[in-house]
Design a protein around this ligand. Structure first.
Ligand code: PMP
Length: 281
């Protein structure tokens, strides 16, 4: 049996429910966070808890639980679901109120939902061994992609386009022709000169926790990292390309819009970074 946690209690996953006038459902007035779990431990816990606090703060949603309380709930959720390797999802909405766009005048209690699922890391490893294809799509999102809100419709549509094109991820391109990020991952290339490029952490991208960790890993490995935007043409001309996220770690990208990058195989720096990251985790 699977369990979820909703507003203070564990319940059967199939029975878990929120109110129809929850502002997360009505307006996407909610944030979320995702942790990978390996050997029963949350990966990059500090980074994800830190980003959760920031997302809530940006939207002026009160923190529903302190971190130790959340960690306690997550441990119990993992135990009840017998998950040692997988993912934990947390959604926090502003709460439930009579429908009105403006915040409710009286303070309301945020809605909190936690779920988890098992993940087959072997499948992710297999994917990393061959590398994946990406397509490019216009970035049609709002101007605050640094806040991890549940407002994911453009990301959903972008990912669907990727799937329909036989690719795994869609790299979104802004109005100036620069790649922002994937639908659920950050984008990277290694230039011919061996420099790692990933877009600066501005409002145009989610500040990936894995992205930040990989910058540190790369620096420890003595690699040159520059945080600046690059175009699809730069990516096609690159020596290597890859993406990062809590759920895919470091995954090589071997083609863009059906054009092969370099020799079409995962790059050596990409593989070294994946190993370094997983070795430290
Ligand atoms: N960008 C977007 C849009 C995402 O949804 C994610 C996944 N949360 C990422 C980047 C990667 O972030 P992280 O490394 O924190 O998982």
């Amino acid at each position: 049996m699977r369990f979820a946690y909703v507003n203070g209690r564990f319940c059967r996953h199939g029975d878990a429910a929120i109110h129809v006038e929850d502002r997360g459902f009505q307006f996407a007035d909610a944030v979320y966070e995702v942790w990978s779990v390996r050997n029963g431990q949350l990966m990059d816990a500090d980074g994800h808890f830190g980003r959760l606090a920031r997302s809530l703060g940006e939207l002026r949603i009160p923190e529903p639980r302190c971190r130790p309380a959340l960690e306690h709930i997550i441990r119990e959720l993992l135990r009840r679901n017998r998950v040692r390797d997988g993912l934990v999802y947390l959604q926090v909405s502003r709460g439930q109120a009579r429908r009105d766009h403006a915040f409710p005048k009286k303070p309301i209690t945020p809605t909190i939902v936690l779920t988890c699922k098992r993940l087959d890391f072997a499948a992710a490893d297999a994917r990393a061994a061959t590398g994946i294809a990406v397509i490019t799509v216009p970035d049609e999102r709002w101007a605050r992609c640094d806040i991890k809100t549940v407002n994911l419709l453009p990301n959903v549509l972008a990912k669907q386009m990727a799937v329909e094109a036989g690719a795994v991820e869609a790299w979104q391109v802004d109005a100036d022709g620069f790649i922002t990020e994937g639908s659920s991952t950050n984008a990277w290339i290694v230039t011919k000169a061996g420099t790692l490029l990933t877009r600066q952490a501005d409002h145009g991208i989610l500040h990936g926790i894995t992205r930040a960790r990989i910058i540190e890993c790369a620096q420890r490995l003595g690699l040159d990292v520059v945080e600046r935007a690059f175009t699809p043409e730069d990516a096609l001309d690159a020596r290597e390309a890859f993406l990062t996220s809590a759920t895919s770690f470091v995954t090589p990208v071997v083609s863009i819009d059906n054009n092969v990058i370099a020799n079409g195989e995962p790059g050596s720096l990409t593989s070294a970074l994946r190993e370094a990251y997983l070795g430290e985790a």
